[in-house]
Design a protein around this ligand. Structure first.
Ligand SMILES: C[S@@+](CC[C@H](N)C(=O)[O-])C[C@H]1O[C@@H](n2cnc3c(N)ncnc32)[C@H](O)[C@@H]1O
Length: 789
C-alpha cells in the first residue's frame, strides 16, 4: 500500500517520541500495512502501530536473548514464572543485608538505570499484554533491592552537610534554634579496649584520644562512614543467587527501552498512602515487651553516639558510675551500656540479656533508672517494673484492654494512682506520672535533645503519639529538631466536616459478621462469615501477619497494576475524581484504578474476643517504630526498631476524612498545599460495580491530623510496605481503613517506604517532589547523585 508521505512523517514523529528508531518503525509499518488499514494504524495517536512496534521489539529481544545462555531461562515462560516466584519468595526470607557498593550503587550513582513503567501518553499504551518483559522486570527487579537498605546513615558515601540543616525543609515551623551545630558539642569518641572502665572523651580531647584505640564514631560528623559492616564479606549462597537474579535482571533491563519521561502516562493516583485508623487497643505483645519478640537491640557499633551519651552521663555522675557499676566486669558494663544505649536511642527498651544474673539484672535496671532519672525520660517495661518492684517497691499497673488504658499505675514512691493513665505516660515516665502540659522537658542539656523544646515544641520526642498508640512512637534520638507544630497526632481518622461516614450496628448485615463466634475465630474449625471477603479463608495468620497467599496475591495485583494500569476499568472515565484533581483545564479520561482485595476484620457485632486473630488493624500498632530524619533530603521518615516478617502489620494511614469537594477546596485554598503530605483517595473500590455515595471517593489528608503513616516516605516500585484496604466497622466501601503491611522481611532500623504511585513525569499532576528514594527503578530521578546531598 502506498503511504501518504505526510502520514508517514506523522507516524515516524509519533514513534520517535517513543524512542523508536526510524528504520525500525518503517519496517514495522511496512508489515503492518499488509494486514491493517492506515486508519486503524493511525487511530488514537498511532496506538496500534506503537503496540506492533513494541511487540516486534520484544520478539526480537526475546530471540536475541534466547541465544544468550545467560538470559535464556528468563524469557521462557516458566523461566519468567520461576523468576517471579523467586522474587516473591525472596520477600519471605530473611537474609542479611547486602552492601550497596555493588552494581546497585553504581547504577544509582550513574543515574542511568532508571527503568520506566510501561509508557503511555495521550492514550497510547505501549507494549502489550503478551510482552512479559515487564513481568520479568518486576520479578527480579525488587529482588536485589530486598537488602538495599537505603535508610539511615549506612549506605552511600555522601556528604550530608546540606542535609545537616535542621529538619525544617518541609516543616513550616521547625525550631531552627536547634541546628546540628549544637550536637557537635557531644561528639565523643568511645574507647573500650583495655580500659578498666569506660571513658568518654570529647572530640576536642585529642591528646588522650591518641592513647586509646577504640572506635570513633561521631554523632554528627559531616561525612559519616556509611559503609556497611557486612561489606567485603564473602558472598553466601543466598547472595550468589541474588547476584544471579540481579545479573539476569540487568540483562533484561538493558534490553528494555526506557522511554522518554514525558511518555509515561500512568494516571496520577493521588492515593499515596494507604493507612488506616485503628482504635488503640492494648495487646499483650505491645504491653509486655518481654513477651514480644526481642530483636530491636542495637549494638554499640550501630549506635555509638547513644552509648557515648550514656557513658558520658556515667562518667560525669559520680554517684552512678562508681557505685552502680561497681562489681560489674567490663563485659557486663558493655552489655549494660548497650542496653542503656538502646534506651537512650529508642527511649523504649527492655533488658534482655540472658547472661545477666538476677542480681546483675537489678544492677542493670538500677543503672537505667539512674540514667533515666537524670533526664526525666524513662522507659517502662513489665520486666523492668517487676524488677523494680524489688528494688523500689513499685508494682505493675494492671491493664484493662477494654478501656485502652492502664489503671492503677504507681508513682515513683509506690503510691497508687487510681485514675487511668495512658500507656504513653507510663512508658515515658516509668510509672511516674509527671505532667508538664504534655511537654517533655530534658533536664540536662547537651544530650540528644538539646533543644528548645521546652518552649516551642508540642511534640514529645519520646512519644509523638501523645499516648494515642499502644506503644510510644519516638522521634529518633539522634535528630536535632522537632515536628511541625501544625501537626497533631491522632490514631484514628477524624471527619473534617461533611464526609458521610457513620457506623452503626444496624448497617452491618447479619451475614457479614459472626455474632455466634466465641474466642478466636482463627481457632474455629469453620471459617466465620467475616472471612467471606477473602474467599472463606482468613487473611491473617496466628502471628497477626498476612498469610503468604494473600500477600502474594496483593503483590501480584499491584505489579500488574504498575505495568498495565489501563487494564483497570474506571466507571467514571472522563469525570474520574482522580483526573479532576490534576491541575488541568481539560480532564483526560481515567486510565483505571486498581480494584483492590479487601480484608474484613471481625468487629463489635461479632461474638469473638477482642483478641481474635481476625482483628489486627483495629488493635493498632504493635511493632516498635520510630520517626527519624531520613537520609537524602527526604525529610522525616519512619523506620522499624525491630525485624519485621513479611506480611507484618505496620500501621494504618490516618488522617482527616474529606469529601472530594473539601479536598478540592483545600487544593485551591493555598498554592502547594498538597505538596506534603499527599492526600490518600479511598478508591480501592472505585472500579467495582458498587455505586459510591455521591459518586466520589472520600479522601484522607494527614497534613494536620494524622498518625505515624504520614511520615512514611515514598520509594518507587520496590518499597517495603504495601497498602491493604480493611473493612472493620462497615462493609460499605465508601469509607474503609487503609493499612500498611510489610511486603517482605524488613530488618531492624530499615526505613519503611511506600510507593505513592506518583507519576513524576505527569506535568498535570500535583507537582510532587524531586524523588530521592534511591531505588534503581526510580521514576523521578532526573538528578545526579551529587545533587542529593
Ligand atoms: C507524606 S510526607 C512524608 C514525610 C515527610 N518526609 C516529612 O518530613 O514530613 C511526603 C513528603 O515527604 C517527602 N518525600 C517523601 N518521599 C520522598 C522521596 N522519595 N524523595 C524526596 N522526598 C520525599 C516529600 O517532601 C513529600 O512531599
Amino acid at each position: 500500500m502506498q503511504v501518504d508521505k505526510t502520514k508517514k512523517k506523522q507516524a515516524l514523529a509519533a514513534m520517535k517520541k517513543l524512542q523508536l528508531k526510524e528504520k525500525f518503525v518503517l519496517s514495522v509499518l511496512k508489515d503492518a500495512l499488509k494486514s491493517h488499514t492506515w486508519d486503524t494504524l493511525e487511530a488514537d495517536n498511532f496506538n496500534l502501530l506503537a503496540d506492533l512496534a513494541f511487540q516486534r521489539q520484544a520478539d526480537q529481544e526475546k530471540h536475541t536473548t534466547i541465544d544468550s545462555q545467560e538470559g535464556q531461562q528468563l524469557y521462557e515462560d516458566d523461566g519468567i514464572d520461576a523468576l517471579y516466584d523467586h522474587h516473591v519468595d525472596a520477600r519471605f526470607e530473611h537474609k542479611p543485608m547486602r552492601s550497596m557498593e555493588t552494581s546497585e550503587k553504581r547504577s544509582f550513582e550513574a543515574g542511568t538505570s532508571s527503568f520506566c513503567k510501561r509508557p503511555k501518553q495521550d492514550g497510547i499504551e505501549i507494549g502489550s499484554k503478551t510482552n512479559t518483559v515487564a513481568d520479568v522486570f518486576y520479578g527480579p527487579a525488587s529482588e536485589p533491592l530486598r537488602h538495599a537498605k537505603f535508610d539511615s546513615s549506612e549506605k552511600l558515601e555522601l556528604d550530608f552537610s546540606n542535609d545537616a540543616a535542621p529538619p525544617c525543609g518541609n516543616l513550616p515551623s521547625f525550631n531552627v534554634n536547634n541546628s546540628r551545630a549544637s550536637c557537635s558539642a557531644i561528639k565523643y569518641d568511645l574507647h573500650l579496649q583495655n580500659r578498666s572502665d569506660f571513658q568518654v572523651k570529647s572530640e576536642t580531647d585529642h591528646e588522650q584520644d591518641h592513647n586509646l584505640g577504640g572506635t570513633a564514631n561521631t554523632l554528627n560528623s559531616h561525612k559519616p562512614d556509611f559503609k556497611l559492616a557486612s561489606s567485603g564479606r564473602k558472598l553466601s549462597e543466598g547472595d550468589k543467587l541474588q547476584e544471579e537474579a540481579l545479573a539476569g535482571w540487568n540483562l533484561l533491563r538493558d534490553k528494555q527501552k526506557c522511554f522518554s519521561q514525558h511518555k509515561r502516562g500512568k494516571p496520577e493516583n493521588l492515593s499515596p498512602f494507604i493507612e488506616n485508623n485503628s482504635k488503640p487497643q492494648l495487646c499483650a505483645t505491645s504491653l509486655d515487651p518481654c513477651l514480644a519478640k526481642e530483636n530491636g537491640s542495637t549494638s554499640v557499633e550501630e549506635n555509638p553516639a547513644a552509648l557515648n551519651l550514656i557513658m558520658e552521663n556515667y562518667s560525669s555522675s559520680s554517684d552512678t558510675s562508681e557505685s552502680d557499676t561497681a562489681g560489674l566486669s567490663n563485659t557486663d558494663k558493655l552489655a549494660v551500656s548497650k542496653e542503656c544505649s538502646t534506651v537512650a536511642e529508642n527511649k523504649l527498651r527492655i533488658s534482655k540479656d540472658k547472661e545477666f544474673s538476677h542480681e546483675r539484672e537489678l544492677k542493670q535496671i538500677n543503672l537505667k533508672i539512674e540514667y533515666q532519672g537524670e533526664r526525666s525520660c524513662q522507659v517502662f517495661d513489665r520486666r523492668e517494673a517487676s524488677c523494680a518492684t524489688e528494688s523500689k517497691n513499685l508494682s505493675l499497673p494492671s491493664v484493662d484492654p477494654i478501656t485502652d488504658g492502664v489503671k492503677g499505675g504507681l508513682v515513683a514512691d509506690g503510691t497508687a494512682q487510681q485514675d487511668t493513665l495512658s500507656i504513653c505516660e507510663l512508658d515515658c515516665l516509668n510509672g511516674v506520672r509527671v505532667k508538664q502540659d504534655h511537654l517533655w522537658v530534658p533536664k540536662k542539656k547537651g544530650i540528644s535533645f538539646d533543644l528548645d523544646v521546652e518552649s516551642t515544641s508540642r511534640h514529645n520526642p519520646l512519644d509523638i503519639s501523645r499516648g494515642e498508640e499502644n506503644i510510644p512512637i519516638p522521634l529518633a534520638g539522634d535528630v536535632v529538631g522537632n515536628l511541625s507544630p501544625e501537626f497533631y497526632y491522632t490514631s484514628k481518622c477524624v471527619i473534617y466536616q461533611n464526609a458521610p461516614v457513620t457506623f452503626s450496628l444496624a448497617k452491618v448485615p447479619e451475614d457479614e459478621c459472626c455474632s455466634s463466634c466465641f474466642g478466636d475465630c482463627l481457632n474455629s474449625p469453620i471459617a466465620c462469615a467475616c472471612s467471606k471477603e477473602t474467599g472463606g479463608e482468613y487473611a491473617y495468620n496466628a502471628d497477626g501477619c498476612l498469610h503468604d497467599w494473600f500477600l502474594r496475591k496483593a503483590i501480584k495485583e499491584k505489579i500488574r497494576w504498575d505495568v498495565y494500569p489501563r487494564d483497570y476499568y474506571c466507571p467514571s472515565m472522563s469525570s474520574c475524581p482522580i483526573e479532576r484533581l490534576k491541575y488541568v483545564r481539560k480532564i483526560e479520561s481515567c486510565k483505571g484504578h486498581l480494584l483492590r482485595k479487601f480484608v474484613k476484620e471481625c468487629w463489635r457485632k461479632c461474638g469473638c474476643d477482642k483478641r481474635c486473630g481476625n482483628r489486627v488493624v483495629q488493635r493498632g500498632i504493635s511493632r516498635r517504630l520510630e520517626v527519624f530524619w531520613a537520609p537524602h533530603g527526604k525529610g522525616w521518615g519512619v523506620r522499624t526498631l525491630e525485624n519485621l516478617p513479611a506480611g507484618a502489620f505496620v500501621c494504618e494511614y490516618v488522617g482527616e476524612i474529606l469529601t472530594h469537594e473539601e479536598l478540592e477546596g483545600r487544593k485551591m485554598s493555598k498554592s502547594g498545599y498538597l505538596k506534603q503530605p499527599f492526600p490518600l483517595l479511598l478508591d480501592a473500590d472505585l472500579c467495582s460495580d458498587h455505586v459510591l455515595k455521591n459518586g466520589e471517593p472520600l479522601c484522607l489528608d494527614s497534613t494536620h491530623y494524622g498518625n505515624i503513616a504520614r511520615f512514611i516516605n515514598h520509594r518507587c516500585y520496590d518499597a517495603n510496605v504495601l497498602d491493604i484496604p480493611i473493612l472493620i466497622e462497615s462493609t460499605d466501601r465508601h469509607y474503609y481503613h487503609v493499612a500498611y503491611f510489610t511486603n517482605r522481611v524488613v530488618e531492624v532500623r530499615e526505613e519503611l517506604t511506600w510507593d505513592y504511585e506518583i507519576d513524576f513525569d505527569d506535568k498535570h499532576s500535583l507537582k510532587a517532589f524531586q524523588c530521592r528514594c534511591g531505588s534503581r527503578f526510580c521514576r523521578g530521578r532526573d538528578y545526579k547523585l551529587s545533587e542529593i546531598s
